[in-house]
Design a protein around this ligand. Sequence first.
Ligand code: URA
Length: 259
Amino acid sequence: MPQIRLDKYISERSDYTRSQIKNLAAKGKIIVDGIIVKKSDTKIDSDTASVEICGNAVSASKFRYLLLNKPDGYVSSTEENDGISVMQLIPPELRKKGMFPAGRLDKDSLGALLITDDGELAHRMLSPKSHVPKIYLVKLDRSFESKYIDIFAEGIVLSNGEKCLPAKVKAVENCDKLALIELHEGKYHQVKRMFAAVENHVERLMRITVGGLILPENLRFGECIELLHKDVENLFFPPDFEDFSTDFVGYFSAFMLNN
Ligand code: URA
């Protein structure tokens, strides 16, 4: 029976602020399990409570969403066949049955990986139709060349003849071996194969964004943060790649250059 304050419960699942919730509760506008609750600091059972505010049901998010900063050497699957699963990195208090990594990063790739038990959301996110873009920071073996911008924008053909969707790429200011690339699809080893197709080589790869979910700078490798359902919806509101400042990735760039 996890007990939670009513105002916390509602604010995590809606756009109401705690002060709005306090006022609405005082006015008798909040009902928990069929009973008007006038004090917003009342503790409720977050697993079972049925909450209404102003006549509308508050969705009891059944799912858990974690954003992991994946370290090198872990596999993004629930199986342990090819190495240690990223699932081992989830602290016990955040573990939940049915969780899985929504999307894949190679064993040697780093960065943002969403882990959830919400299959419907994962499906929506990974579906080619939704085109959720992902931004990767790459460390290249050879200097970035401006010709990559047009080649990738046209949709590069990989060595096996597979054609990629148009992708955006730009160099990171003052670091000629670092670049940002935005993809709207997820072919096997895609970023590495795209740079191989222009005769370069990806030495390190870190995913910085998944849709509108941005890897927090203070999230260390192997650590994860829990996201609220309303934040996860940001997945579908990605930043504009053109506006995505390469300054922003300054911290990550420094790491990439030194590792
Ligand atoms: N592209 C790659 O090559 N590797 C990844 O892990 C993700 C995208």
